[in-house]
Design a protein around this ligand. Sequence first.
Ligand SMILES: [Zn+2]
Ligand SMILES: [Zn+2]
Length: 304
Amino acid sequence: MGRRGRCGWRLICFAVEYIEVAEDLLLGGNIMLHIGCHLSSSRGYLAMGREALSMQADTFAFFTRNPRGGRAKEIDAADAAAFCDFAAEHGFVKLVAHAPYTMNPCAAKENLRVFAREMMADDLRRMEYTPDNYYNFHPGSHVGQGAAAGIALITEQLNAVLRPEQSTIVLLETMAGKGTEVGRSFAELRAILDGVELGEKMGVCFDTCHVWDAGYDIVNDLDGVLAEFDHVIGLERLKAVHLNDSLNGCGSHKDRHARIGEGEIGLTALQRVVNHPALRGLPFILETPNDHDGYAREIQLLRS
Ligand SMILES: [Zn+2]
Ligand SMILES: [Zn+2]
């Protein structure tokens, strides 16, 4: 390329960059960040919406029932409807509900698998009171049956409970690989997704602590990790991010969350996560050990 050609090319690059920066400024830079935290559902949906708004959140997570399992309180339809109006009025993006930890679709005992299936089916029925949101779950622990057997049982459960008419998208959470957890690698999540008939009802939630603990180095090679995710699963399946620091090192398989900037991942790397072009626009959910004020501070920190 001649001197003039190179100069012209540079000018075009500069113009494109300038337009992108101007667009960011117009959109208010970080206003585009959709962020919230895990909230208690004990006072209902509208109360969660109000609490989220008070901490400048525009999304949130909550347990669909007691995280240690058991019966769920019946949903107050009027409260759910009031929340939907509130969320639309204040520009909330999709919520990321969390299934209870006790739900293990790939348990070895049949009664536990039936329990998991009934719980998920009931949760998905209840999610329709607040349509068009995400329902995130831990794929499960194969408890010695082997990952392949676990994956087969998880897809079996999903095929039994997913309905073509549901508006909820079900998300598989990336796991740390503690014990016999399934979903410790992108390949395992892909294998589950491949077995699901209603694939359009499925997506993935990327937990920064879990991915790091599983051995993906998001501190030194975030681009590489996301490229691998894209290659193995496809970035179009990535629907939400759990934003957590980790108490342990990369590949530790521990799953102990830390507050933002107080763990082994660190603030700089987590800021790169929320600003990454491949992730921008997704709901980011904090699951850090915090109270209301602590969460509000972290949201402010990440918005600044
Ligand atoms: Zn989780
Ligand atoms: Zn998580």
